[in-house]
Design a protein around this ligand. Structure first.
Ligand code: GLN
Length: 433
C-alpha cells in the first residue's frame, strides 16, 4: 500500500535536488488537474490500449472488470461515468480519447500500471474483511440514550467503508444505512466556517487546544472562547459563523451541500425526528450558549439561538459509511474529492481540520488515540467514526455501542487493528511499522 514511500528512496534526493524537503512529502495527495490537450489524451489512450492488451484485456467490459478489481467503479465515482458509455467490442484509442476526459484516462492508466494509492486492492479488501469480521465479535459498550432515536438504534448494526485518494472503494456490513452523524459532522462545520470567514476570524472566537473535559462541559478557555471546534461549544460557535445573515434553513442546506460535495456529490439528509429530539433535550447546549453569550464570545451581530438551531440540524444530518469514507478521503487528499475530482476544501483548511481531529477528535481519549493509532479521526454519539489516513484514504464506520469516553467500541477496535495491520500510524514512516 502507499505509493509514495519509494519516491523517497529511489532517487528522491537527486530528482528533487532543488527541494531539500521532498522526502517529507512521502505520501503526496492527488490534486485536481487541468484538462490535457487532445494530443496528450490520444497518447494516454494509446498507452492504455497497449497495456490493457498486454494484460489480456481487450474490450471495454474487460477493462471495467480490471478496474473493479482495483476498487474503481463507474457507479462509485462520477469521474469514471463516461467509461460505462464506451462501445462494446475491442478497445479503440481514438474513441477512448474522444469520450474520456484526461482525469479519467490518467486514472485508468494508473490502475493498469498498478500505481493507485493501494496497488493490490483485492488483497487490501480481504484483509479489511478480516478486520471487520474480527471486530464484529467484539461486544460491550452502551447506546447513547439521551434521545429516543439513539436509544433505539440496533446495537448489532455494524458498517465499514474505505475510499482511497484515487477513489478505490470497498464496503462491509451495513455500510449503506444512513444514520445521523452527531459529532462526526463537527470537522465539516469547522471547515465550512473557515472557508467562509478565514482562519483569523474563526480562531478569534474558538481555540485549538484540547479541553481535557467532557465534550459538553460548561467551560471556556482563559480567553473566554470554546476550547476547540470538536466539542459542543466550539461547534456551536463555528455554526454561528456560517452565513449568520441567512435563515437557518438556508444555512443548513448550505452545510448539507458542502458535506455532500465532500462525499462525492451525494445527498446528505436531515433526520427530522433526531433534530426535534435534540431541540427538546437541549438544556446543556442552551447552557453552553448562555455561558458563551454572557462572556461576549460570539461575533458581533450573531443570533446565538439561531446558531444552536443550525448546530442541532447539523447533528441530525445523515450519511452512510460509504459517504463518510469519501469525505475522509477528500480530507486525506488535501481537499479534492477523489471520486469527482473537484476541490471542495482549501488545502490549508484541510491541514487545520486534520490537526484538530488528531488532537481533539476522540473526546477524552484523543491523546490516547493519537498515541496508539496516530491518525486524525472524529467520532459521534450515534456510533459513527471517520478515520483519515493522510495521503492514502479514509474510513467511515458505524457501530452504535459506545465506551465510557463516548467512542464506538468497535471503532476503537478497528482503529487498533488497522495500525497493527498496515503502516498507517502518522509516524510509521520513521519507524517502519
Ligand atoms: N447532539 C449531541 C450533543 O450536542 C452531539 C454530541 C456528540 O456526538 N458527542 O450533545
Amino acid at each position: 500500500t502507499g505509493q509514495g514511500s519509494d519516491a523517497c528512496h529511489s532517487g528522491g534526493m537527486t530528482s528533487h535536488a532543488h527541494d531539500p524537503f521532498a522526502c517529507f512529502l512521502a505520501r503526496p495527495a492527488r490534486y485536481e488537474q487541468d484538462e490535457a490537450t487532445p494530443d496528450v489524451r490520444t497518447a494516454i489512450a494509446e498507452a492504455i490500449c497497449e497495456r490493457a492488451g498486454n494484460q489480456g484485456c481487450r474490450t471495454a467490459t474487460d477493462l471495467l472488470a480490471v478496474l473493479e478489481r482495483a476498487g474503481l467503479t463507474a457507479a462509485g465515482m462520477s469521474r469514471l461515468t463516461a467509461l460505462s458509455d464506451l462501445p462494446a467490442g475491442d478497445l479503440d484509442s481514438a474513441t477512448m480519447a474522444a469520450q474520456l476526459g484526461s482525469d479519467a484516462l490518467e486514472l485508468v492508466q494508473q490502475a493498469l500500471d498498478g500505481h493507485l494509492a493501494v496497488s493490490n486492492f483485492e488483497n487490501f479488501s480481504s484483509r479489511l474483511a478480516n478486520i471487520f469480521a474480527y471486530a464484529r465479535d467484539v461486544t460491550g459498550g452502551a447506546l447513547a440514550d439521551y434521545i429516543p432515536e439513539l436509544a433505539k438504534q440496533d446495537p448489532s448494526a455494524f458498517g465499514l467503508a474505505v475510499c482511497t485518494i484515487d477513489g478505490q472503494q470497498a464496503a462491509f456490513g451495513e455500510a449503506d444505512t444512513a444514520f445521523c452523524q452527531q459529532s462526526a459532522i463537527k470537522p465539516l462545520i469547522y471547515a465550512l466556517a473557515m472557508g467562509l470567514n478565514g482562519e483569523n476570524q474563526v480562531h478569534r472566537h474558538v481555540g485549538r487546544e484540547p479541553s481535557g473535559r467532557r465534550f459538553n462541559e460548561l467551560a471556556l478557555d482563559p480567553d473566554n472562547r470554546p476550547h476547540n471546534p470538536m466539542i459542543n461549544s466550539g461547534a456551536i460557535m463555528c455554526s454561528a459563523m456560517i452565513r449568520p445573515g441567512l435563515p437557518v434553513a438556508d444555512r443548513a442546506s448550505l452545510l448539507q451541500r458542502f458535506v455532500g460535495s465532500a462525499a462525492g456529490g451525494s445527498k446528505v439528509g436531515i433526520d427530522q425526528a433526531v433534530y426535534e429530539s435534540e431541540r427538546g433535550t437541549a438544556k446543556r447546549n442552551l447552557a453552553l450558549v448562555k455561558l458563551m453569550d454572557e462572556h461576549d464570545a460570539f461575533p458581533e451581530g450573531v443570533d446565538p439561538a439561531a446558531a444552536l438551531d443550525l448546530y442541532f440540524r447539523a447533528c441530525a444530518m445523515t450519511m452512510d459509511c460509504r459517504q463518510m469514507a469519501v469525505v475522509a478521503a477528500t480530507l486525506a487528499n488535501g481537499g479534492v474529492c477523489p471520486t469527482t475530482g473537484h476541490r471542495v476544501i482549501d488545502s490549508r483548511i484541510v491541514r487545520n481540520t486534520l490537526s484538530l481531529m488528531l488532537s481533539c477528535g476522540m473526546y477524552d481519549y484523543s491523546g490516547e488515540y493519537a498515541f496508539t493509532v496516530g491518525l486524525p479521526a472524529k467520532s459521534g454519539v450515534s456510533g459513527g467514526l471517520m478515520i483519515v489516513v493522510p495521503g492514502l484514504g479514509g474510513f467511515g464506520l458505524w457501530s452504535p455501542p459506545l465506551d465510557r469516553q463516548g467512542n464506538p467500541v468497535r471503532g476503537i477496535e478497528v482503529s487498533r487493528l488497522l495500525v497493527e495491520s498496515f503502516p498507517f500510524h502518522l509516524f510509521a514512516g520513521v519507524t517502519g511499522s
